[in-house]
Design a protein around this ligand. Structure first.
Ligand SMILES: Nc1ncnc2c1ncn2[C@@H]1O[C@H](COP(=O)(O)OP(=O)(O)O)[C@@H](O)[C@H]1O
Ligand SMILES: [Mg+2]
Length: 211
């Protein structure tokens, strides 16, 4: 596979989606063959699974069902969209990938890191990002951002806030510690402009021959 896979990770409210939108036009100037996508979703059926997972009325979805739905959505998305792009030599930037399952289901919901790793490895046939940009932010700052900006559109996962969010951040920090070569940590508490420029710098630095 000749392409490059970059994942954006970090707690809800860290600014991943905001930053991705800002960096795309900039990095497209340097390299044309870039696609951006998101999880869960990215392709029709996976977007339908995303709706199921996020819908507040679906209270019968327990932690294990949630993990399985995420894994199913991930496989659909990978096969239909990510792998063809990577095989064509493109740069694929994905807003959340496997690490989100490890952080949310493994650490946050305490299903255990090993089982989440195993399931995701099964779902993705071992596909791993070449670089993961981890947007690190204090839990309370992230929650403030979510509350002040999304009060009218609170989804099922938002509802289980503070405690879960703390475990998620701790989980991410452990992952970065375990596999430091795959990650660049971005200080996501800074202004949007600074987070955007740090992100572009990190990508340029890692893939100096391409960007
Ligand atoms: N650096 C930042 N400083 C202040 N607010 C931010 C910053 N980055 C994002 N936001 C705001 O915080 C909220 C969450 O951002 P979002 O990009 O959706 O985060 P994520 O995708 O990581 O959940 C949005 O309303 C966004 O406008
Ligand atoms: Mg987002």
């Amino acid at each position: 596979m000749n392409g490059i896979l970059i994942s954006l990770e970090g707690p809800d409210g860290a600014g991943k989606t905001t930053v991705l939108k800002e960096i795309l036009p900039e990095i497209k100037k340097m390299k044309r063959d870039i696609i951006s996508t998101r999880e869960p979703g990215g392709v029709r059926l996976a977007e339908e699974i995303r709706q199921l997972i996020l819908d507040p009325k679906n209270t019968e979805i327990d932690s294990k069902t949630e993990m399985l739905l995420f894994a199913a959505a991930r496989r659909l998305h990978m096969q239909e969209k990510m792998l063809p792009a990577l095989k064509a030599g493109k740069v694929v930037i994905v807003d959340r990938f496997i690490d989100s399952s490890v952080a949310y289901q493994g650490y946050g919901r305490e299903l255990g890191v090993e089982v989440v790793d195993w399931l995701n490895n099964f779902a993705t046939d071992g596909l791993e990002p070449d670089l993961t940009l981890y947007f690190d932010i204090d839990t309370d700052v992230a929650l403030d951002r979510i509350m002040s900006n999304r009060a009218d559109e609170v989804n099922r996962l938002d509802l289980e806030r503070a405690e879960m969010h703390r475990k998620v951040r701790q989980g991410y920090l452990k992952m970065v510690e375990k596999e430091p070569q795959r990650y660049v940590t971005i200080d996501a508490s800074q202004s949007v402009e600074k987070v955007v420029s740090d992100t572009i710098e990190a990508i340029k630095e890692r893939f100096a021959s391409i960007f």
